[in-house]
Design a protein around this ligand. Structure first.
Ligand SMILES: Nc1ncnc2c1ncn2[C@@H]1O[C@H](COP(=O)(O)OP(=O)(O)OP(=O)(O)O)[C@@H](O)[C@H]1O
Ligand code: SF4
Ligand SMILES: [Mg+2]
Length: 351
């Protein structure tokens, strides 16, 4: 089956006075129909820029320098702004951290919902209003019929984000991109909003790209996860594989920082020492090498490709034992003890 979204070798550049910064570097991933892909990484990893590039809303002077983005079979990275505007809201629904980004303060939410419904489907204004009411009921807004006449500011934060979910789904899009959809909300409603989004998209077969820095949310929501580091792919694979058997040292570190999946409140969370590099200061070789406890000489000289790694794929030389300089034996032993599945170099008979 064709993927709903296919991103191939995406490169996003930001020209500045001091030179061109590369915000996204050779990023590829697919999202299958009905699949929830989590996109995770620390602040500055390039999660939002990836989302903005897909929907054609990169802040100038940011630009797609190379690569391809396809929605179904159609290439969408080179469309004129008017065509891209039709795709947004119609074929790709969007949910941002601040619900007010998506809502017009001057219009009643019934008007905003029906407008979106009518760009997609030919029906009477009355039928569109009824569909809007059904959507509000589905997202759990009490007294939906009367609430259609309310303005965005008349809703609480959590209710407003429910309205945004209704709006994102109003035109029955193939894909929803949700960028930190609960970060700005009260902790008590975050889980409800995430599970609502997940349930409604599953029911409709809508694919979801769920952007968050919270690996715990991904673990509970996504089918697959794409881990980004410094604008590059670190690891991509099924959530259960990456959570239990992360194959990239960076994702291994992120997993150690998930607030107890085991439910043990005394569990000590480990943070990865150091921080994500600024765009102008991405290290040579593997971008993660200054923070990586497995780094060896090759990591400082050469940039890793994406290799098959256990059940997932990872951009790390620990998974390229046949292809170049070998890591020190002690490093290999430690990696293996930490659950990284090493592939024996050709000719050594496997492990
Ligand atoms: N106009 C710009 N000029 C220079 N750098 C920029 C610009 N816009 C974004 N960046 C940089 O691009 C990188 C990626 O930004 P992005 O917003 O995609 O990160 P993110 O992963 O979404 O982080 P967060 O979790 O904080 O939302 C960051 O280092 C950011 O500082
Ligand atoms: S390539 Fe080297 S530095 Fe990068 S993650 Fe792998 S071991 Fe660490
Ligand atoms: Mg962001």
């Amino acid at each position: 089956m064709n993927p709903t979204l296919s991103v191939k070798n995406l490169r996003v550049e930001i020209p500045t006075r001091r030179g061109v910064l590369t915000a996204i570097d050779d990023l590829s991933f697919d999202i299958a129909p009905g699949e929830v892909l989590g996109v995770v990484g620390e602040s500055g990893a390039g999660k939002s820029i990836t989302g903005s590039a897909i929907i054609g809303l990169l802040d100038p002077p940011g630009r797609i320098a190379s690569g391809e983005i396809r929605l179904g079979k159609e290439r969408i990275d080179n469309l004129p702004p008017s065509a891209m505007r039709r795709i947004r809201g119609n074929r790709i629904g969007m949910i941002f951290q601040d619900p007010l980004t998506s809502l017009n303060p001057l219009y009643r939410i019934g008007e905003q919902l029906t407008e979106t419904i009518l760009t997609h489907e030919r029906m009477s204004a009355k039928a569109a209003w009824e569909k809007a009411e059904r959507l509000l009921i589905e997202v759990g807004i009490p007294a939906a019929g009367t609430r259609l006449s309310s303005y965005p500011h008349q809703f609480s934060g959590g209710m407003r984000q429910r309205v945004v979910i209704a709006l994102a789904l109003a035109a029955d899009p193939e894909l929803v991109i949700a960028d930190e959809p609960t970060t700005a909300l009260d902790v008590s409603v975050q889980a409800q909003i995430i599970s609502l989004l997940k349930r409604l998209c599953k029911d409709r077969g809508t694919s979801v790209m769920l952007i968050t820095h919270d690996m715990g949310v991904i673990a509970e929501t996504a089918d697959r996860v794409c881990v980004l580091y410094a604008g590059r792919l670190a690891e991509i694979g099924a959530v259960r594989d990456v959570v239990k058997h992360a194959q990239h040292p960076y994702s291994l570190g992120l997993m150690a920082a998930i607030p107890s999946l085991s439910g043990n409140p005394d569990e000590k969370l480990e943070q990865i020492p150091g921080s994500m590099p600024r765009l102008g200061a991405i290290p040579e070789g593997c971008a993660f090498n200054p923070r990586c406890t497995y780094a060896f000489e090759r990591c400082r000289m050469e940039r890793p490709a994406v290799y098959p790694a256990g059940a997932s794929r990872a951009s790390c030389f620990l998974h390229d034992l046949a292809g170049g300089q070998m890591p020190p034996t002690e490093t290999l032993r430690r990696a293996e003890a930490d659950g990284i599945l090493l592939t024996a170099p050709a000719g050594e008979g496997g492990r």
